[in-house]
Write a protein that binds this ligand. Structure first.
Ligand code: FES
Length: 240
């Protein structure tokens, strides 16, 4: 097996009962994983880092924060994250105030003006920039020469939204998502349309569903009479 050191990294273990020697052989001779791989918490911690934090992992859906300013906290295997809909797309931050580490957002919410910490009211914009530090210099003084706001924005987590799934790479060390998953993305390119309701994408999705239902192919040339009439109705009246 692999043991886990203090940092959670796997390292060879000398115990023959948890060795991978009998596993990593041709399939017709291979044995199953020794039981510690399933029950040893050190192994779980190593997997948490290697599989989920060092790679791209899906943590939620953009549809759950459809409007600008909407935010939702996500506990990702013990890592407190905050997904926010900014003007130009989804951002993911550590859900932790840069002042004293307070949890910023405890439940899904709509950010009105800024992400404000409940503890001492430090406020951040939707891009994580630190906007204000009330009373940091004393009564009535909201700045301090030793507090450089430009270096104290929220800690941003690398994210990539694909087919409305929010993927993150917590360690920041994985190759770009569209490189790692280039083949997968190519296979699904046909379905690259926005999915959440309230946007023009819903029209495209509805039309596409109608195409499939009607057994049609490319919309302009092969749509059925059924699809054609419903497509026109959707464009005229909107989705129902
Ligand atoms: S802990 Fe957030 S403002 Fe102090």
């Amino acid at each position: 097996m692999a043991n886990a050191n203090a940092e959670g990294d796997a390292e060879p273990m000398s115990d023959p009962h948890v060795s991978l020697d009998a596993v990593l052989v041709p399939l017709n001779r291979a044995r199953g994983l020794p039981s510690p791989f399933y029950v040893d918490p050190r192994m779980a911690e190593a997997e948490r880092r290697r599989v989920f934090f060092d790679q791209w992992a899906g943590i939620g859906f953009g549809k759950d924060i459809p409007a600008v300013g909407e935010a939702m906290p996500i506990d990702f295997m013990g890592a407190p994250l905050l997904a926010v809909r900014a003007e130009d797309g989804v951002r993911v931050f550590e859900n932790v105030c840069r002042h004293r580490g307070m949890t910023l957002v405890k439940a899904k919410t709509k950010i009105r003006a800024a992400i404000c910490c409940p503890c001492h009211a430090w406020c951040y914009d939707l891009n994580g920039r630190l906007l204000s530090t009330p009373l940091i210099g004393g009564p009535g003084i909201n700045s301090h020469p030793d507090v450089d706001r430009t270096t104290l924005g929220l800690t941003r987590v690398r994210c990539f939204v694909w087919h409305d799934v929010i993927f993150v790479n917590l360690s920041g060390t994985a190759p770009p998502f569209d490189v790692v998953h280039a083949d997968l993305m190519a296979r699904w390119r046909e379905f690259d349309t926005p999915l959440y309701a309230g946007t023009p994408g819903i029209l495209l999705l509805a039309v596409r569903a109608l195409q499939l239902e009607a057994g049609g192919g490319e919309l302009p040339s092969r749509r059925s009479e059924f699809g054609s009439r419903h497509h026109d109705a959707i464009l005229r009246d909107g989705p129902r």
